[in-house]
Design a protein around this ligand. Structure first.
Ligand code: GCB
Length: 613
């Protein structure tokens, strides 16, 4: 028996090793040099800095390559590229909002930054860490390629060999390419703006030779539907197998808890009881400072402990049923037409949600900046986190599945200690077909392998041409998710809002049911009668009918995240009078003004809060 247990543990741990790759988590606790700020750039739509005139990739040492120095060796040397301050962009930040000529640009931009370092002791390791680059990043330091990463919303890091780093004037170049492709994730077609650039923080992290690369500490999954046992489970992963005798110490000072265990290899399983803890919840978002220590390294995080589970048709947080008063949110600041990246941005989006009466946000349709999930932890807001498997991905393509799996792994690795995150979503409105269901099922399997403490879901869709009075969400994916979630736009994409009066929704799955989207466009400040599309009155009517309908939902209905918090940029929204390049389904318009429907939704949420508290 013991042998079987050990074997299972070994095989579990070995899948973790391959899946987690080399991404470093909890980087905020690491010694690092910020590389944010001004970067010089070259716009290169023809990719002249990458390919020769026969369209072959340039050799690493080729002087014409834009990753190589722009300084002339002598006055006669031919140099056809150069980095100067006149052409600079702020990092983090998308390029689109920074200069008018970038507004609609999709293609390659070369970013360059010079930096100096203070050299530490000989055994140290250095990693270049990027919070996110949309979409493809080729990273070069002092003329050497460090690596390539695809995926616009997840972090990645490349190790920098010691001997490559200079004390002065390191020449860091990143080729950023945000062209869309049919076989990428997301694919060609999305209802959001494809903001390009180095959109999140960049830093050079310093770690000891053997260091804590990643760890998880979560309350053990509850399967009883009762109050949690307060048993913590997890693991700690080092970057390499430790020397013999290595130990891992876990310390939670506020609980006077300290435990030292023997490291069992690159990954060591952790398990212990914390009898006196206060559980994390929206009413009491208690976070504990947790330190993990090995002989030469330590990392500290602030972690909340709670359980979350789909139990029968209910969602239980710490063993108690909850109703999710949610809102879907894009990672965008409409007032400045740009991607969100800072703590202030995260605060804006979450405080707007709190004003609406929410206890939950659906961070659509891609992993948002880490600052927002961390702030959600502190504010006590529940989070749905999603990868951009959106609409018509190339589902039959094994490489595309690998790309989606990679993004899923990066999302989960970054945030698996966030108590706020209760749902991992593997996609949005993917059209039902055998290939798609296999693809999505594979992602769910992967997510479960990486994290068995949270709920899994995907936003399913409704076929408006086959609407009945009684509708059932019977997508085959329902079998594999914990939460059956669907997007429903009755009164916008199907019929008029009063159609809600005779319509009902259910699912054959004995699982909790969630409306992951509903909404209609209204241009802020445009007033007319309620039959006039794009008026605030139409949107208000839409929500009045929707709310009346959701009040008739079956008992398994556990919440809703309407579409959407703020108006957002979309190249698909071209009504020149009312949209003008904006999706106008926000409760707030692009200037931050509340539309009439805001107050209806808030009243409903206040009612639900009283009912559940
Ligand atoms: C949806 C999508 C969302 C769109 C929204 C709309 O179903 O999931 O990304 O923006 O509808 O406005 O049509």
């Amino acid at each position: 028996m013991k042998k079987i247990l050990i074997l299972t543990l070994i095989s579990l741990l070995s899948t973790l090793v391959s899946a987690q790759d080399n991404l470093i988590s909890n980087t905020g606790s690491r010694k690092s040099l910020s590389l944010n700020g001004k970067w010089q750039y070259i716009v290169d739509p023809y990719e002249t800095g990458f390919y020769d005139y026969r369209y072959k990739e340039l050799k690493e040492t080729n002087k014409d390559a834009y990753w190589n120095t722009d300084v002339q060796a002598n006055k006669t040397e031919k140099k056809e590229h150069g980095y100067v301050d006149k052409y600079s962009l702020e990092v983090p930040g998308d390029w689109n909002h920074q200069q008018p000529e970038f507004l609609y640009y999709e293609g390659t931009v070369w970013y360059k930054k010079s930096f100096d370092i203070e050299r530490g002791n000989a055994g140290q390791r250095y990693f270049l860490y990027f919070g996110a680059v949309n979409y493809r990043a080729d990273v070069y330091l002092n003329g050497k390629k460090l690596g390539m990463h695809k995926g616009g919303f997840t972090p990645f890091n490349f190790e920098v060999p010691q001997e490559l780093l200079k004390e002065k004037d390191n020449f860091l170049v990143v080729k950023v390419d945000n062209k869309r492709h049919a076989d990428e994730v997301p694919t060609l077609n999305t209802d959001w703006w494809n903001y390009g650039g180095i959109t999140r923080d960049v830093k050079l992290i310093t770690v000891p030779a053997t260091f804590i690369q990643d760890f998880v500490l979560q309350l053990k999954k509850n399967t009883t539907g009762k109050a949690p046992e307060k048993e913590v489970e997890g693991w700690v992963k080092l970057n390499q197998a430790p020397a013999a005798g290595e130990t891992v110490t876990i310390e939670i000072p506020a609980l006077k808890f300290k435990k030292e265990i023997q490291a069992t290899g690159q990954i060591t399983a952790l398990s212990f009881k914390l009898p006196k803890i206060q559980l994390w919840s929206p009413d009491n978002p208690k976070l504990y400072q947790v330190t993990l220590r090995t002989r030469h390294d330590q990392t500290t995080d602030r972690i909340g402990f709670r359980t979350i589970e789909a139990h029968g048709t209910q969602v239980l947080l710490n063993g108690k049923p909850i109703f999710m008063r949610g809102i879907s949110v894009h990672g965008e600041i409409p007032q400045e037409m740009r991607r969100a990246y800072s703590e202030e941005d995260a605060a804006q989006l979450l405080h707007q949600s709190i004003e609406l009466g929410c206890n939950m946000v659906r961070l659509a349709h891609y992993p948002h900046d880490e600052k927002i999930t961390r702030l959600a932890d502190s504010l006590g807001i529940l989070v749905w986190s999603e990868i951009p498997v959106y609409w018509t991905i190339d589902f039959g393509n094994a490489e595309v599945l690998e790309k989606a799996r990679g993004q899923l792994t990066e999302m989960i690795t970054r945030d698996h200690n966030r108590a706020s995150v209760i749902i991992w979503s593997v996609g949005n409105e993917t059209p039902v077909s055998p290939a798609r269901t296999t693809f999505m099922h594979n992602l769910l399997i992967k997510a479960r392998e990486l994290d068995n403490t949270r709920m899994l879901s995907a936003a399913l869709e409704v076929n408006y041409s086959a609407l009945n009075d009684k509708n059932v969400i019977d997508d085959p994916l329902g079998e594999f998710v914990d939460l059956v979630a669907f997007n429903e736009y009755l009164g916008w994409y199907g019929g008029l809002p009063d159609k809600c009066r005779t319509t009902s929704w259910d699912t054959p799955y004995e699982k909790p049911l969630f409306i992951s989207e509903t909404g209609g466009d209204a241009k802020g400040g445009f007033h007319a009668d309620s039959l006039t599309r794009f008026s605030e009155e139409y949107q208000e009517w839409y929500y009045r009918e929707q709310i009346a309908m959701i009040k008739r939902m079956p008992a398994k209905f556990v919440g809703i995240s309407p579409w959407v918090l703020n108006d957002f940029r979309s190249p698909k929204r071209n009504n020149p009078l009312y949209q003008d390049g904006w999706n106008r389904k926000g409760f707030y318009d692009e200037k931050g003004n509340k539309k009439k429907s805001f107050f209806l939704m808030k009243a409903y949420y206040d009612e639900m809060k009283t009912k559940y508290d």
